[in-house]
Design a protein around this ligand. Structure first.
Ligand code: 13P
Ligand code: SF4
Length: 305
C-alpha cells in the first residue's frame, strides 16, 4: 500500500459512510489533502456549523473535537487520536477559574478556545488566535479576565490599550519555549527573511516579528507577500505546508523545538482505521455541558463574524 492508494481508499470510505473530515492546519500534508475542511481553530469552528454529514472526524486535538460536538450535538464527532490533548487546555480547570472569578466579579471572562468544554461552561466568550483582538474590542465591558494564555493575552492587551486586561499564568509550552535569543539568531542567519510568529510565542519573540497571526494568518501572509524568504514561528508543519504551497519561496523554521506531539499523533492510517470503526474516540458530552459551553462559542462566532 502507498500513500496515494490509502488516500483513495479514505475518500471512497468517507463518501460511503457519510463522514466529513475536518483537519487543523498543523496536521500532516497527506491528511490535509483528504480533508473536507482545513484551517485554523476559528475557521474549523465555523466550518463545523456547515457540515451536512452525520459524522465528523476531527483530525487535530481534543478541545477542537469538543468544540465541534458543542456546535453539532446531534452529530457523531470522532477525535482521530484519543491521546491528542493540548498542554495549554489541560492547565486550567473549572474550580480554579471559578475561584479567580469570585475575586473579579465585574470582569468579562474571555477563554481562549484552547480550553476544555467543562471550563468553557463558566466563561462568557471564547476567542481564537485569529479572532481575539477583534472580539475583545467588540466586548462592551472594559474589564477582561483573559484565560489561559498570558502570551496571546499580552498580544491582545497591546492591541487593545483601551481595555483593562487581567492575565493568568498559562500558555503553550511549545510556543512559549522559543526564546528571544533564538529569534535574534534566526534573523541574523537569514537577514533577508521576514519573521512570522504565532501569538502563543512570548512577547520578547513577538516584538521581533514582522507579522503576528494565527496558523491560517501566517499561511495567507506568506502566500500573498512579495518577499521570497520567511522564518516561521509556529509548529513546524506550517513551514512544510508553505514550502509545498510556494515552491519558489524559502521557509525556515524558527526553532526545531516547535513540534506539537499532540498534533503529530494522527497518521493517515489512523484516519483510515477511524473510518472503519477501528480507532479514534467518540466525543461524549452531557447536555448541560453542551448548552453552557455553547453560549461562549456562539458569542465568539457572533462577535468575531
Ligand atoms: P490556531 O488558532 O492558529 O489554529 O492555533 C491553534 C493552536 O493550538 C496553536 O498552537
Ligand atoms: Fe496545544 Fe500548544 Fe499543541 Fe497548540 S501547539 S495544540 S496550544 S500544545
Amino acid at each position: 500500500m502507498n500513500i496515494s492508494q490509502l488516500q483513495q481508499d479514505i475518500l471512497k470510505l468517507k463518501k460511503e459512510k457519510d463522514v466529513c473530515i475536518l483537519a487543523h492546519s498543523y496536521q500532516a500534508r497527506e491528511i490535509c489533502e483528504i480533508a473536507d475542511f482545513t484551517g485554523d481553530s476559528y475557521k474549523l469552528s465555523v466550518d463545523a456549523t456547515k457540515v451536512g454529514s452525520k459524522t465528523i472526524l476531527l483530525c487535530g486535538v481534543r478541545f477542537m473535537a469538543e468544540t465541534c460536538k458543542i456546535l453539532s450535538p446531534d452529530k457523531t464527532v470522532i477525535l482521530s487520536a484519543p491521546s491528542a490533548g493540548c498542554d495549554m487546555a489541560d492547565q486550567m480547570d473549572k474550580a480554579t477559574v471559578a475561584k479567580i472569578k469570585e475575586s473579579c466579579p465585574d470582569y468579562t471572562v474571555v477563554a481562549y478556545v484552547n480550553t476544555t468544554a467543562d471550563l468553557k461552561t463558566i466563561c462568557d466568550v471564547c476567542v481564537t488566535s485569529s479572532s481575539a483582538v477583534k472580539i475583545v474590542k467588540n466586548i462592551e465591558n472594559k474589564n477582561i479576565l483573559f484565560i489561559p494564555d498570558c502570551n496571546l493575552g499580552s498580544h491582545v492587551a497591546a492591541m487593545c490599550p483601551e481595555k483593562n486586561i487581567k492575565l493568568l499564568n498559562g500558555g503553550c509550552p511549545i510556543h512559549a519555549g522559543v526564546t528571544a535569543d533564538e529569534a535574534r539568531a534566526a534573523k541574523a542567519l537569514y537577514p533577508d527573511a521576514e519573521l512570522l510568529v504565532h501569538p502563543e510565542c512570548v512577547p520578547a519573540v513577538c516584538e521581533q516579528a514582522d507579522y503576528i497571526g494565527s496558523t491560517s494568518g501566517i499561511i495567507d501572509y506568506a502566500q500573498k507577500s512579495d518577499k521570497k524568504e520567511f522564518i516561521i514561528g509556529t509548529e513546524i508543519s506550517i513551514a512544510e505546508h508553505l514550502q509545498y504551497m510556494c515552491p519558489d519561496k524559502k521557509f525556515h523554521v524558527l526553532s526545531l523545538k516547535l513540534i506539537c506531539p499532540h498534533m503529530k499523533a494522527t497518521t493517515l492510517m489512523d484516519v483510515y482505521n477511524c473510518l472503519n470503526g477501528n480507532g479514534g474516540e467518540e466525543i461524549i458530552l452531557d447536555d448541560n455541558t453542551i448548552n453552557a459551553a455553547r453560549r461562549c462559542i456562539d458569542e465568539m462566532i457572533r462577535l468575531g463574524g
